[in-house]
Write a protein that binds this ligand. Sequence first.
Ligand code: FES
Ligand SMILES: [Fe+2]
Length: 442
Amino acid sequence: MPNKDYRTPSIDRDTPQPDIGDKRFSGERFHSTEFMQKEWSHLWRRVWNMGPRVEELKAVGDYVIHTLGKESFIFVLDEKQTIRAYFNVCQHRGNRLVCGERNGKARFFKCAFHAWSWNIDGSIKGVPDADTFPQFKDGIPKEELGLTEIRVDSWGGWLWFNIDGKAGPLLDFLGVLPDHIAPYRMQDMRAYVNATFLWDCNWKIAVDAFNESYHFRGIHPEMMTWSNCDAKLELLGKHSRMINEYGAPSRPHRETMEISERMQAYMKYFGLDPATYNGPAKGARLEKQKLNRQQQAEGSVPHLPYNEMTDEQLSDVFHYFYFPSAAMNIFPEGINTFRYRPHETDPNKCYYDLIMMAHFPEGQAPEQCEHQYYDHKVQYVDMLDPAVEVASFILQQDADNVPEVQLGVQSEGFKGMYLGEQEIRVRHFHNLIDEYLADTPE
Ligand code: FES
Ligand SMILES: [Fe+2]
């Protein structure tokens, strides 16, 4: 881990991007069941996947059910204060062991079908009428009947899991990301939104929708007046990142003096008063930097890591993508995480998780953040706190568009994606998916 003088590096615009090809990817990868099945065996089982937050498991017996594709897992804090995870399946006849609520507290897990039960350490607890099973006449084979466990590790306040048990160490998998993100102290942030939305698109359509800024002028025209779509991009091993200036318009509005309504919303969100600001629109980000340095000097926000930030980090959004399935918009005050999970059976659907976290002043973090699930189209402005309207406004535009892309990529008239330089992270992602799929697991 980096020392306290470490600063998250910026991205040098002048460093040329690596040549990673220019091939076109066909639409098939977004809707074929065969492709989806191959992703399961060749990709999802082999990587480190982001699971629940560590803070969700506070006391012995607290558990969270986390699903990924066709599988469901029970994450639980056992008596030894160790977080373990098991396939959520009864070893009798295969019923889902824990059904219904996503999280809860258990002294043990009892199957609803014939009442077999398991201790929270995964060992078998009880089999009703065990003497009627010829297989158990010499006693219950405890080893055999334990819940099937998967590998769990933690970093950044998140639990991560590897299904096939063969991935290298988590930190190796994450590459430079833990170093880059350390100054934000993500492990100390607490979630205040934890929501899942069923989206009518393949999980990769959702990933791609957030991994470039080329779509600002099409999908988010208002963003052009308060943020810079000309992002700095960098590939980081399997992962990648981009930095967008916030509080500074994109071309052609770059030099405007007009403080648009959306710019005003951005300024207010970060504690700036647009009514007293007289400078050019692109100076708003400098105002935020100034304000935060002042707060840092006064010591008025001791819970925020402004000391550890470069000026750029104070104002601009650092967007990191964790291959294969999570992205984060990172600010010193908080992080919005998007996690994309494949649907259990349908390649035309996915689960989009939105986890919004922040640094709270001492004693002010929410005790609990209840998980919300939406299986229908929602108005994000209605469903999210009005305080985060800046984010929900943008999310609405992205969410409304992804089902249209899903319909389009299934058309026989679609000849495959053209990806430009601004979409290099999208290309990098699909190249890597293809590499995983071409590499047969042992
Ligand atoms: S399937 Fe679980 S007890 Fe029978
Ligand atoms: Fe977007």
